[in-house]
Design a protein around this ligand. Structure first.
Ligand code: NVA
Length: 309
């Protein structure tokens, strides 16, 4: 059966651990695995702006021995020029996997329903699961893989966006205590929260959703934030400028976390908005490791999805 990675809970806790183990191994020895030798092509399609995701997929596919086929979604116009299903039926005869950055989660689900090769969510409006694998890998790099279960993880800011949803599902899958804080109106989808509780019941993790940034961060081992204006939200930039100020990740808020807590940000970062320069450029920030780990995590994921983990 073809496996896809459309949301964080598409990997069971054991599968996620296997992928993270492989990611750590690939961090140590980048060229240890060549599952795409041939080279086999993997398509990376993007309907939204991208830097880290495109570069890490392209470099990673090349390092796995494959050929990265980068497709500009604005030229391909998937779903406009040709239906998603027909596009997929063409692609899956020519490439070994498809990574797609797009808008609605329904679009990538439609692709996966037809595709005979693995489909990977390279960010949708609703989830960004590859980023969470990289974030978990970063915590594992600094604290050890066995430290993930039981780690307290806090996310503050726009909790209704793709990162909020993905942190909820991905971090409870790793057995973490996940605390999510955002203003009223910017809290995660109820169905995602319910699913996160269900997973937490299996893994020993827990879920807290609150409007208090201080409550979320108190004693946390890892603290993360993200832009207040995600791709696609630009028209709301002005109305979004206000409700988030109490959630800015600055030195005062971070002081409430555990000593030496790690700071994550998926980037791009807006210094002086969701995070202060002193925090993102400070000693607790591991955001450059996090950006590098996109490469290792996605290589591990691709290797595993292609059945060669
Ligand atoms: N929430 C952000 C993540 C960027 C990597 C966005 O969707 O724009």
């Amino acid at each position: 059966m073809t496996r896809h990675f459309l949301r964080d809970d598409d990997l069971t806790p054991a599968e996620q651990k296997t992928v993270l183990e492989l990611g750590l191994a690939l961090r140590e020895d980048r060229f240890a695995r060549r599952p795409l030798e041939g080279p086999r092509a993997v398509a990376f399609i993007t309907d939204k702006p991208t830097l880290r995701t495109q570069v890490s997929f392209a470099a990673g596919i090349a390092e796995l021995g494959g050929f990265p086929l980068v497709v500009d979604g604005n030229l391909a116009k998937i779903g406009v020029r040709e239906s998603i299903a027909d596009t997929t039926r063409v692609l899956d005869r020519q490439v070994s996997a498809i990574a797609w950055r797009t808008f609605g989660q329904d679009r990538i689900e439609e692709m996966a329903a037809v595709s005979r090769v693995p489909v990977i969510n390279a960010l949708t409006d609703d989830f960004h699961p590859c980023q969470i694998l990289a974030d978990l890998l970063t915590v594992a790099q600094h604290r050890g893989l066995d430290a993930l279960p039981g780690t307290t993880f806090a996310y503050v800011g726009d909790a209704a966006n793709n990162m909020g949803n993905s942190y909820l599902l991905g971090c409870v899958t790793a057995g973490m205590h996940v605390r999510i804080a955002g203003p009223e109106g910017y809290l995660p989808d109820a169905a995602v929260v319910a699913r996160a509780h269900e997973i937490a019941g299996e893994t020993g993790g827990s879920v807290t959703v609150t409007t208090s940034a201080e409550e979320a961060v108190a004693g946390a081992d890892v603290v993360a934030t993200d832009t207040w204006v995600s791709m696609g939200d630009e028209a709301e930039a002005e109305e979004r400028a206000k409700p988030f100020w109490d959630y800015q990740l600055g030195a005062d808020l971070l002081a409430g976390a555990a000593e030496g807590a790690l700071v994550l940000h998926c980037l791009p970062a807006y210094r002086g908005k969701e995070i202060t320069a002193s925090v993102i450029d400070g000693p607790q920030s591991v955001v450059w490791d996090e950006a590098e780990n996109r490469l290792h995590a996605q290589k591990a994921l691709l290797t595993w999805l292609l059945g060669q983990g």
